[in-house]
Design a protein around this ligand. Structure first.
Ligand code: FAD
Length: 403
């Protein structure tokens, strides 16, 4: 009976184990995870869970008992330290070893930290990746305190929204010219800047953090314009790097993450990879998509192919973010857009990204119907004209049919 080993007990690892069982794999499955918990959802860590609106149990993707009931051996709080691809073995940090017939790497990503020489190691400086990070920072969230948020991406903006809702004074510093510059059009940045400003989040753009200040613990920050501000604690949200060191040491090819082919296979045919740690071919490049949707879809393909199938993975990106009373839903990848069409207005608006006449992506703010229609059109490879999309008198049903 074949033994499948999964390294990394996060969203992709859990989906993989579950799909293997659903598809009828009867052999042994062992999943190894560094964190002392069964797999859980990360998105609430910067949203409802940080806010205190969600119980811990609701974070878990499956109750702990599910794994035993489905004959999945889950080894929690244990890190895989080495892979020997020739011997087909994995060495764990508890000294034990595992043999595998097929191996999957779902090791996720590691948040970038600020270097210690500019104060990144001071107490009171946090990143948001795991439950332990949130448990450590939660006591800092007391009314009236000032939190510095470094980075105006989705995680930074979500943390700022939570801080504002809890009565803190957030100041968010973004080095680029505008928040969300890496991931969204200026129209979307403008929408969220206005939203945050209306909730008294102090947003500083085009200025970086030169150093975090304090003796042992952070007390302030010096910005690149020379200004010094006093803060009580800081959250660093400046992106992540794929966790590739284990794969690299095993001789697997790394290209923007662990390189996989369209079948989600790494450069070793017995080793697969999925989720945040892995890159996949798309339009001639190796892309890496950091989202729950990608982790699920990618892992499902890995499950089929570990069982001997040959399905190919075509990413169909979707993403969401919750900030204050706004739900942002994103379909598609906007890379290479040359035009943005705005539909709607006020709180409920959608931004449609085009390259020439091809619809690439949609950002929908409090507009789930625009998101659904945009997603379906993009997945079907259809493009309604920009003129139709921008014409509010034409309803979404007609746009869907015409695409
Ligand atoms: C705060 C936050 C908010 C987010 N919000 C959203 C959102 O709104 N929408 C969305 O689509 N996505 C969101 N994401 C991204 C999404 O959560 C990730 O894309 C997704 O979790 C990736 O799943 P994964 O399984 O690839 O990696 P992870 O969930 O990171 O899991 C990887 C696991 O592998 C373990 N591991 C690593 N190396 C080893 C090893 N050597 N041995 C054993 N275990 C190991 C890690 O400890 C970790 O538990 C958010 C992420 C964060 C952190």
């Amino acid at each position: 009976m074949s033994h499948f080993v999964i390294i990394g007990a996060g969203q992709a690892g859990a989906t993989l184990a579950e799909t293997l069982r659903k598809k009828g794999h009867t052999g042994a499955i062992t999943m190894v995870g560094s964190e002392p918990h069964p797999p859980y959802q990360r998105p609430p860590l910067s949203k409802a869970y940080l806010l205190g609106d969600m119980a811990l149990e609701r974070l878990f993707l499956r109750p702990e008992a599910w794994y035993g009931e489905h004959n999945v051996t889950l080894i929690e709080g244990c890190t895989a330290e080495a892979i020997d691809p020739q011997a087909q073995t994995v060495t764990l940090n508890n000294g034990e070893g595992l043999s595998y017939d097929k191996l999957a790497l779902t090791t996720g990503a590691e948040p970038h930290r600020l270097p210690a020489k500019i104060g990144g190691g001071l107490k009171g400086v946090y990143t948001v990746r795991g439950l332990a990070d949130v448990e450590a920072m939660k006591p800092e969230f007391a009314k009236g305190r000032k939190v510095l948020i470094i980075g105006g991406g989705y995680i930074g903006l979500e943390a700022a929204a939570v801080a504002s809702k809890l009565g803190l004074k957030p100041v968010l510093v973004e080095m680029a010219d505008r928040i969300l510059q890496r991931v969204a059009a200026p129209e979307t940045s403008d929408y969220f800047r206005a939203l945050h400003k209306s909730h008294r989040v102090d947003i500083v753009e085009g200025i970086g953090v030169e150093a975090l200040l304090g003796e042992g613990r952070i007390t302030g920050a010096r910005l690149t314009d020379g200004r010094e501000i006093a803060v009580d604690f800081a959250i660093v949200g400046v992106g992540v790097a794929p966790r590739t060191s284990l794969a690299e040491a095993a001789g697997l090819t790394i290209e923007n993450g662990i390189k996989t082919n369209a079948e989600a296979q790494t450069s070793n045919p017995n080793i697969f990879a999925a989720g945040d740690c892995a890159s996949t071919p798309l339009n001639g490049a190796q892309v890496r998509i950091e989202s729950v949707g990608n982790a699920i879809d990618h892992a499902e393909i890995v499950a089929v192919n570990m069982m001997g199938g040959v399905e190919t993975y075509t990413p169909k990106p979707w993403f969401w973010s919750d900030q204050f009373d706004v739900k942002l839903q994103i379909a598609g990848l906007n890379t290479g857009y040359d035009r943005v069409v705005v539909r709607g207005g006020g709180a409920s608006v959608s931004h449609w990204y085009y390259r020439e006449n091809t619809l690439l992506a949609v950002d929908a703010m409090n507009d789930p119907r625009a998101y659904m229609v945009g997603k379906r059109l993009i997945e079907a490879g259809k493009s309604p004209t920009a003129a139709m999309v921008g014409d509010q008198s034409i309803d979404l049903k007609t746009i869907m049919a015409a695409g």
